[in-house]
Design a protein around this ligand. Structure first.
Ligand code: HEC
Ligand code: HEC
Length: 406
């Protein structure tokens, strides 16, 4: 009797598993529908940005692009971002790896793709990507639009055979034709429109409401002494953090979006926002910014290893990531090797390794490594400051959340 029960339970399980397989093999997506607000969210609401950030943004050529964006298109982009149907076997969405609670990064060193294979690099957060000239750790993409469809057909990430198959698959769902109609005026689903919707959603993901941002507006009155000290260490000529992770986006390419002519001619970028940034610096005493500001190469080497397993852009050079929301995006670096900010700071303080293209900022006059050498209190202060870059409004904002999970 017992044996009978066990084997029938086994048989039922087997059938269930097989059904699961067939369903994914045939590629008929399960009809899990998104729950959306009757009036679309306002993705252009800038009220939680600091006025400082808004001024810089609004005076840039990003304003035009931002104004052009449309709430219905972005809403469609949000659905696409979280829809596992964008992967060949309906298992993985963009949001599987780019998790909102981790500021749209992943919580593990590497991430799992549609066939349980691991990505080769750590999933970076998606924050203020609209303002970045460097996308991907090796800076092989220079615009959100260029990037957004790449994961869909990637052999580890989502594995779709072709965009045509995807458009057909989405056409067969109940909800997409209507969402495309609202966004683009026609139920016809095209690759270009998928790309546009994903681009606009990713571009709408702007984080500018951290304690640091509020500090910009009110002279940092809410900063405690450790955070204030950390900010000074961050911008000091000793630690040099701000020379690469430069304000207000904390990456070298802050507000330097691709200018195609520059892009083709080489890796030389001039920030049109130097003026704005410099004014910002003067608001805080002791800002030690040298002439390297504004003109810079895209990627660099920070001496993590003597020999690199991953060459990055070339020879161990990686993009300078934005460190906004850094408290939430562990583990850190292109391979997710560090679990805590203390470890990161320790690296800069005394573990930088000699490596051929090590950034000159970490070298002494004869080309050796010059350790930064921070004191215990400086290290703690630095970490305290890094945590002021956390933007809780961003990681809890419903308009960026998964619509398939009401
Ligand atoms: C299986 C996990 C996975 C999935 C699924 C995935 N990504 Fe990523 N994403 C990554 C990894 C890993 C990188 C870094 C790759 C590299 O640098 O070579 C990345 C990089 C990015 C970046 C660049 C961020 C930066 O600052 O450089 C953006 C933007 C992005 N992904 C958006 C998307 C979108 C949109 C989708 C869905 C269409 C998506 N991703 C699906 C893992 C994933
Ligand atoms: C010469 C430029 C440069 C300087 C100076 C610099 N960084 Fe970085 N930073 C980088 C690059 C490049 C990476 C990515 C390296 C990699 O993954 O291989 C990085 C990565 C990081 C990360 C991990 C980001 C992530 O998403 O994983 C943190 C945190 C960080 N830096 C903080 C700091 C602090 C704090 C300082 C000052 C003590 C500092 N950086 C100085 C270039 C720099």
């Amino acid at each position: 009797m017992k044996k009978y029960i066990v084997s029938s339970v086994f048989a039922i399980l087997l059938v269930a598993v097989l059904q699961g397989c067939f369903r994914t093999n045939i590629g008929i997506p399960e009809e899990l529908k998104p729950t959306l607000p009757s009036v679309p969210f306002d993705y252009k609401d800038q009220s939680f940005w600091s006025s400082n950030f808004r001024t810089i943004f609004d005076n840039s050529f990003m304003k035009e692009r931002f104004d052009y964006m449309n709430n219905d298109v972005i809403t469609l982009g949000r659905v696409l971002f979280y829809d596992t149907k964008l992967s060949v076997n309906n298992t993985v969405s963009c949001g599987t790896c780019h998790k909102q609670r981790a500021a749209f990064s992943d919580v593990t060193a590497l991430s799992r793709g549609f066939e349980d294979k691991m990505t080769q690099r750590n999933t970076p957060p998606v924050i203020n990507a609209m303002m970045m000239n460097d996308l991907f750790w090796d800076s092989r993409s220079h615009s959100v639009q260029d990037l957004v469809l790449k994961p869909v057909q990637h052999e580890v990430e989502m594995g779709m055979e072709s965009m045509d198959i995807l458009t057909q698959k989405l056409s067969r769902t109940e909800y997409y034709p209507e969402l495309f109609r609202k966004a683009f005026g026609s139920v016809y689903i095209s690759e270009v429109n998928i790309q546009e919707a994903l681009t606009q959603f990713v571009q709408s993901m702007i984080s500018a409401g951290s304690k640091y941002d509020k500090g910009l507006d009110n002279d940092f009155v809410d900063f405690n002494p450790m955070e204030k000290m950390g900010y000074e260490v961050f911008r000091s000529t000793k630690a040099k953090c701000a020379t690469c992770h430069s304000e207000p986006n904390f990456t070298v390419s802050s507000f330097i979006q691709t200018n195609p002519t520059l892009d083709i001619s080489g890796n030389f970028f001039l920030s049109p926002f130097m003026g704005g940034d410099v004014v910002l610096m003067e608001a805080m005493p002791g800002g030690g910014f040298g002439g390297s500001y504004g003109v810079t190469s895209n990627t660099t080497n920070i001496g993590l290893d003597v020999i690199y397993a991953d060459q990055g852009r070339m020879n161990g050079q990686f993009k300078i990531p934005s460190i906004r929301n850094i408290e939430l995006t562990a583990p850190y670096m292109h391979d997710g090797r560090f679990n805590t900010l203390d470890e990161v700071v320790e690296h800069y303080s005394k573990n930088i390794r000699p490596h051929a293209p090590l950034d000159a900022k970490f070298m002494d006059n004869v080309g050796g490594v010059k350790p930064i050498g921070l004191s215990e209190i400086e290290k703690q202060a630095l970490v305290a400051f890094l945590k002021t870059l956390t933007d809780n409004s961003f990681v809890t904002d419903k308009k960026f959340s998964n619509p398939f999970k009401p």
